[in-house]
Design a protein around this ligand. Structure first.
Ligand code: SPD
Length: 280
């Protein structure tokens, strides 16, 4: 990864860049290149294998969407599994929900947690919470082997290349389905419908064979190329709109900067090209 006064997430035909003030951390872990930079205008930024995972300024867009819609739709989300999520942002949001009794977090790369504890104090706030059980293991292997049943599973992965590749295939989702209670929900990050069209289409074709409800959520995320980001809402029972009880949000004291009742509904309002992609 080339770092000078600018950092670019480089793709075949475009680049997404930030002006860099300082390189704070640069290590090759057993799994990937882990880099933390101080940017000029967006706070610190975390890159894995040259791809931007988050900036301090904008991470709330992503972590609000990957956590709160499912947590508010589920009637009583007590047991949560986070796959990946080594920066701690998803754990922070999950533990804002008072019903939660236990969160298992399975992160493959200890270096990501190490970097977050050192450089991202606003994300790594809940690693020592007694409800949090942090395991350094392969999430693919974990869902294959566990007998646990979760209310919610959040797949907060990096991109579908490198160590996270297997978190996007059918075996993983079939095993994750089995690790849910009968009314459980999985939310995964599934890249941008603008940028990874074929992948996005295939993800929903595959998961409609596994889950009674498999719907995209489309949110704004300025940290990632094109700013439009996709997540999947995969549910054994609850529909994200028909079973959404707005009072649960109104009566909650959870503070969010992006998520609210209107945003919840808007995440399921698809532009026509997304409807075409998912065959609606
Ligand atoms: N292209 C970037 C996709 C990364 C999604 N995961 C980000 C991790 C933040 N917790």
């Amino acid at each position: 990864m080339k770092i000078d006064s600018w950092i670019f997430e480089a793709h075949d035909d475009m680049k997404h860049g930030y002006k860099v003030k300082d390189i704070l951390y640069h290590q090759q872990s057993k799994y990937q290149e882990v880099v933390v930079l101080e940017t000029e205008g967006y706070g610190k930024a975390l890159y894995l294998d040259g791809l931007l995972m988050l900036t301090e300024k904008h991470e709330f867009f992503y972590h609000d969407v990957i956590v709160h819609p499912a947590m508010f739709v589920h009637k009583n989300p007590e047991y949560v599994l986070i796959i990946g999520g080594g920066d701690g942002g998803s754990l922070r949001e999950v533990l804002k929900h008072k019903e939660v009794k236990k969160v298992d977090m399975v992160e493959i790369d200890e270096k990501v947690v190490e970097a977050s504890k050192k450089f991202f104090p606003t994300l790594s706030v809940e690693f020592d919470n007694p409800k949090a059980n942090i395991m350094f293991d392969d999430g693919i292997k974990f869902v294959k082997e566990t007998n646990n049943k979760y209310d919610i599973i959040i797949v907060d992965s990096s991109d579908p290349i490198g160590p996270a590749e297997g978190l996007f295939n059918e075996d993983f989702y079939r095993n994750a389905y089995k690790s849910l209670k009968e009314d459980g929900i999985i939310v995964s990050q599934v890249e941008s419908p603008l940028f990874y069209e074929k992948f996005f289409k295939a993800h929903f074709e595959m998961n409609r064979k596994i889950f009674p409800i498999a719907m995209p959520m489309i949110g704004f995320e300025p940290d990632y190329p094109y700013g439009m980001w996709g997540y999947s809402f995969l549910s054994r029972k609850y529909h994200p709109l028909n079973d959404f009880n707005e009072d649960k949000v109104i009566n909650s004291d959870i503070k969010t900067r992006y998520y609210n009742i209107e945003v919840h509904k808007a995440l399921f309002a698809y532009p026509n090209f997304v409807r075409d992609l998912i065959g609606e």
